[in-house]
Ligand binder design. Sequence first.
Ligand SMILES: NC(=O)c1ccc[n+]([C@@H]2O[C@H](COP(=O)([O-])OP(=O)(O)OC[C@H]3O[C@@H](n4cnc5c(N)ncnc54)[C@H](OP(=O)(O)O)[C@@H]3O)[C@@H](O)[C@H]2O)c1
Length: 288
Amino acid sequence: MKVLLTGAKGQLGNCFQDRLPAGWQVWATDADVLDITDLEKVKAAVAEFQPDAIVNAAAYTAVDKAEQDRELAALINVVGPKNLALAAKEAGARLVHVSTDYVFDGKASVAYSETDATNPLGVYGQTKLDGEIAVAEVLPASLIVRTAWVFSEYGNNFVKTMLRLAKDRDSLGIVADQRGCPTYAGDIAQAIIDLLQQNAEGGVYHFCGDKEVSWSDFAKSIFTHAHQLQLLSKVPQVTEITTADYPTPAERPQYSTLSCRKINAAGIASSAWEEGLHKVLIDIKNNQ
Ligand SMILES: NC(=O)c1ccc[n+]([C@@H]2O[C@H](COP(=O)([O-])OP(=O)(O)OC[C@H]3O[C@@H](n4cnc5c(N)ncnc54)[C@H](OP(=O)(O)O)[C@@H]3O)[C@@H](O)[C@H]2O)c1
C-alpha cells in the first residue's frame, strides 16, 4: 500500500509513521513539503506519487486561537481536506480524513453516535465539521474518523502540560465538569491502518478512548502513573474546578464521549488510553 501522509510532523502524523506495516510505502509530508491548502501542489504531488490512500493528519488544531483566526482555520480545515478529496478522486485513491468530538455541542448524556446531530460551539469545531462535509461531498467513499482528547509522546498536549505544571506546583485546579475520552494517537494511527487494510466502507467512524473521564480525572491519572514511573517526585493536589472558573476564548462541549460501537463492530478496539498513557510517560522519561 502506498500512502501519502499529510501533517506528518504532528501527533498523529508521527505515530502513523511509527506504526507503518511492513511492505507499506509512505511519503510523509508536512506543510513545508506539501501545503494542503494549495490545490495545484496537492494535485501534482498525488499525480507524481500515485498513492493508494491519502491519510490527512494535517489540521489547524489551536482551539482557542481559532476564534480569532477563522480564515486560516477554515483554509486548513476545510479547503485543505477538500483539495485532498479532489486529488484522491482524480487518482482513484482512498482518503482518510480525521475529525473531532468538537463537532458536537456536548448537551447529550449518552455517547454520541455517528448519526447524531452535530452543532459545533466554536470556530475550530465548525471548520472541522465543514471539512467533513466538503470531503464527503467530493468523495463519499472517504473514511472520516472522528476522535477526541488526543495525546501522544509527540508535540504539545494535555499530558505534557500537566507534567510541566506538576513540576512547579503543589496543587492545581483542573476542570471537572467536562467529560470525554482521552485517546492515544498511536491507537488512532493503528485504527486508520486497520480500516485501510480491511478496505472499510466509506463514511464516518467514531474512535476514542475506552473509559470516560473528566479533565481532572485525566490529570489525576497522569500524575499517578508519572509518580509510579518516578517521572514526578510528588503528586500534586488536584482541586476540581468548573468551566466557569477557567474561562477560555472557545466554548467546549461539556460532554463529548463518542460511541465506538461502529468501529468496534469492524473488529477495531477502542483506545486503551491508560496503556497508551503509560507508554507515552515511559517514552518521555527515556528522552529526558
Ligand atoms: N489534538 C486533539 O486533542 C484532537 C482532538 C480531536 C481531534 N483531533 C484531530 O486529530 C487530527 C490530528 O491532530 P494532531 O493532534 O495530531 O494535530 P497536530 O499535532 O496539531 O498536527 C497537525 C499537523 O498539521 C500541520 N499542518 C498545519 N497546516 C498545514 C497545511 N496547510 N498543510 C500541511 N500540514 C499542515 C501542522 O504543522 P504546523 O505545526 O507547522 O502548523 C502539524 O504538523 C486533526 O485532524 C485534529 O483536528 C485532534
